[in-house]
Design a protein around this ligand. Structure first.
Ligand code: HEM
Length: 474
């Protein structure tokens, strides 16, 4: 993963010649609308204090042709680089570890996402959605119009938080939810202060914001320890079949030496805590966005809404969906993939080459940031055909690899060894929730909806997603 790129000479003056120069490196170091300051990868150093790092941020047609085909091929030789301004306490777990640490983490976390384990979690996903369905039915029946308007953007955020709390922490889901709630506060604080000028050392000073961040951080750690410690103490009885239990099992089997030479796979307590935080950061908002945009597209394309409803009812009638049944939903899978293509929740992947490399006609020196703009690549007519901007789930009829001119064109979950570990989890979750809604309601966009997709770390409808639900039995 890290060694693939043969070193090539790094042209010192080449960037402008290659049409990728942008402004000269200064406080503002990238071409696009990047934040005003950039921290160094190690955390804490900013452009004004340390060496500015140029970032290649292809935007629009001018620079895209250089990168289109080659970016995908280059992904394996680039290492992940973090959002430059993300505070260290939010850079956690598997998403951000590198090298042998990554191998160790990924092996421990992998078993928790095995399909047979996920299947048992489907029941939990369905039962988290069930009370909402009942509540909407009740509200609709009490309205004269027999309809109910629901704001789905916020609702899906709460629902996916509920699902990840239950599937992540089982019977400790209430404490899990509290952890996630605190993480959300920490994230909101980080985002609110993202563009503040950072002076070196400022993060160590007991400012009001810093004290609040430290307090929240400590609270998260204490709460997670309170969930993890009793599990560890109860060895012999198993650690639970939720994500945490499965991870502890993978971790501790190796620690007890059952596999002898694999002792290095063990995670420390701090690392386990980091992985628990990762479940939430990586898995909750992204999945809620997938659900949000699917709901939006099905409202706009009623013929597809009807096709999916028929598929759901054909397989299982009015019964709750099971994992095996969800895996059979071909048209639902096609619609979800098309939603991921048009409204990818993660908009940018940040990478840096570990040695000087060539990307098509561009030479990129080692360590320079590359922002890979997924929405541009997902709407490229060269790759997806002339209807690249249209909603056409049929393009996925013969699977992902045959949907475009290049086999790995869909980048929503990334590709290669560092691709999303939670993609099957996310797809099962989205299918469970959509099946529950489709079998009970038909729905349309509310007249108050305003179409304004906005990039707030993930892609979300700026003014929410108000939808009018009508129970099918009425
Ligand atoms: C629709 C939902 C999701 C989308 C669109 C998504 C997208 C992505 C993408 C694009 C990456 C690669 C990021 C990069 O290379 O910079 C990634 C990695 C990752 N995702 Fe997801 N994700 C989703 C759901 C989930 C869920 C449900 C979980 C866990 C509960 C999860 C956990 C992770 C982890 C741990 C990684 C890092 C993997 C590694 O580096 O080995 N994701 N995801």
């Amino acid at each position: 993963l890290r060694r693939g790129a043969p070193p090539v000479a790094a042209p010192r003056r080449g960037r402008h010649v290659q049409g990728a120069g942008g402004p000269r490196a200064a406080l503002q170091v990238s071409q696009g609308q990047q934040p005003r300051r950039q921290e160094d990868e190690g955390g804490g150093r900013c452009a004004s204090a340390g060496r500015p790092r140029p970032q290649l941020s292809p935007q629009g047609d001018a620079s895209l042709p250089h990168l289109e085909a080659t970016v995908r091929r280059a992904l394996p030789v680039l290492v992940r680089s973090t959002a430059p301004n993300l505070p260290p306490r939010l850079r956690v777990g598997l998403v951000l570890v590198e090298g042998t640490d990554w191998v160790r983490h990924r092996r421990v976390v992998n078993p928790a996402f095995a399909m047979d384990k996920l299947k048992t979690m489907t029941t939990t996903m369905v039962s988290c959605a069930e009370p909402l369905i009942k509540e909407w039915e009740r509200l609709a029946s009490s309205n004269e119009s027999r309809e109910v308007e629901v704001e789905f953007s916020k609702l899906f955020q709460d629902l996916t938080a509920d699902i990840i709390s239950h599937t992540g922490f089982g019977s400790s889901y209430k404490q899990g939810k509290e952890v996630f709630h605190t993480q959300r506060q920490l994230l909101a604080l980080a985002v609110a202060t993202l563009l503040n000028v950072q002076l070196p050392g400022l993060k160590y000073l007991p400012t009001k914001n810093n004290r609040l961040k430290w307090m929240l951080d400590k609270k998260i750690k204490t709460m997670l320890m309170a969930i993890i410690q009793p599990r560890l103490a109860s060895n012999g009885g198993g650690y639970g079949d939720d994500l945490l239990g499965l991870m502890l099992e993978a971790c501790l089997t190796t620690e007890q030496g059952e596999k002898g030479d694999e002792l290095t796979l063990t995670l420390t307590m701090d690392e386990i805590i980091d992985e628990c935080k990762t479940f939430f950061f990586a898995g909750h908002e992204t999945t809620s966005r997938l659900l949000t945009w699917t709901m939006f597209l099905l409202s706009v394309y009623p013929e597809w809404q009807e096709r999916l409803r028929e598929e759901v009812l054909r397989e299982r009638g009015k019964e709750n969906p099971t994992a095996d049944m969800l895996n059979k939903f071909k048209e639902m899978t096609m619609v979800l993939l098309e939603t991921l293509r048009l409204y990818t929740p993660v908009m940018v992947m940040l990478r840096k080459p570990i040695s000087d490399i060539r990307l098509g006609s561009l030479s990129i020196p080692k360590g320079n940031g590359i922002a890979i703009p997924i929405p541009f690549l997902h709407r490229d007519k060269e790759v997806w055909g002339d209807n690249a901007n249209d909603f056409d789930p049929l393009r996925f009829e013969n699977g992902i690899t045959n949907a475009a001119k290049t086999p790995q064109a869909l980048l929503s979950f990334s590709i290669g060894p560092r691709s999303c570990i939670g993609q099957n989890f996310a797809m099962l979750e989205a299918k469970s929730v959509m099946a529950m809604i489709l079998k009970k309601f038909s729905f349309t966009l509310s007249s108050s909806y305003v179409h304004a997709p906005a990039d707030h770390i993930t892609l979300q409808p700026k003014f929410g997603l108000p939808i009018v639900l009508r129970p099918l039995d009425v």
